[in-house]
Design a protein around this ligand. Structure first.
Ligand SMILES: [Zn+2]
Length: 146
């Protein structure tokens, strides 16, 4: 798990294809896997919890891509608490198009097993989120799972 995490974090897989790079800051006190916030210097910064990321392994790359999706789509210009559900769905779909296919599959398995954000009103139930991510990856021709 740890090796995969380091790999996905260090080789900066397909997210760089979007040609958007923002600083990524590790914060073990973040009460979530990752989030994005506006930044006066860089436009946005992505903050991630390295402990959660270690726990979920390769799936962390998907969440990282999800945050990049918010940046690319301009969602970060609003407070995260104000992201409507469809923006989260958009970010998930963007991630399914741009994350490494195995990172997307790892996140899918995480959702299928019932893990997701506790805020179901925003992200939808984990099973629904799993299927949404799967459909987006199929659409993009990047689905490697069942
Ligand atoms: Zn999000």
């Amino acid at each position: 798990m740890t090796i995969w995490l380091l790999a996905s974090w260090l080789i900066l897989p397909s997210v760089t294809q979007a040609q958007v790079r923002v600083p990524e800051i590790a914060d073990p006190s973040l009460p979530d896997i990752a989030m994005v916030r506006p930044d006066p210097t860089h436009g946005a910064v992505i903050i991630y919890n390295p402990i959660y990321c270690q726990q979920i392994g390769q799936a962390c790359g998907f969440f990282r891509a999800h945050e990049y999706g918010h940046v690319v789509l301009g969602h970060h210009l609003r407070h995260p608490a104000h992201y409507p559900a469809h923006r989260e769905a958009e970010a998930d779909c963007w991630a399914a198009h741009h994350a490494h296919p195995y990172e997307t599959l790892a996140a899918y398995r995480l959702f299928v097993s019932g893990h997701s954000s506790p805020d179901w009103q925003i992200y939808g139930p984990p099973q629904v989120r799993a299927e949404r991510v799967r459909q987006c990856a199929i659409q993009a021709g990047r689905w490697v799972g069942p």
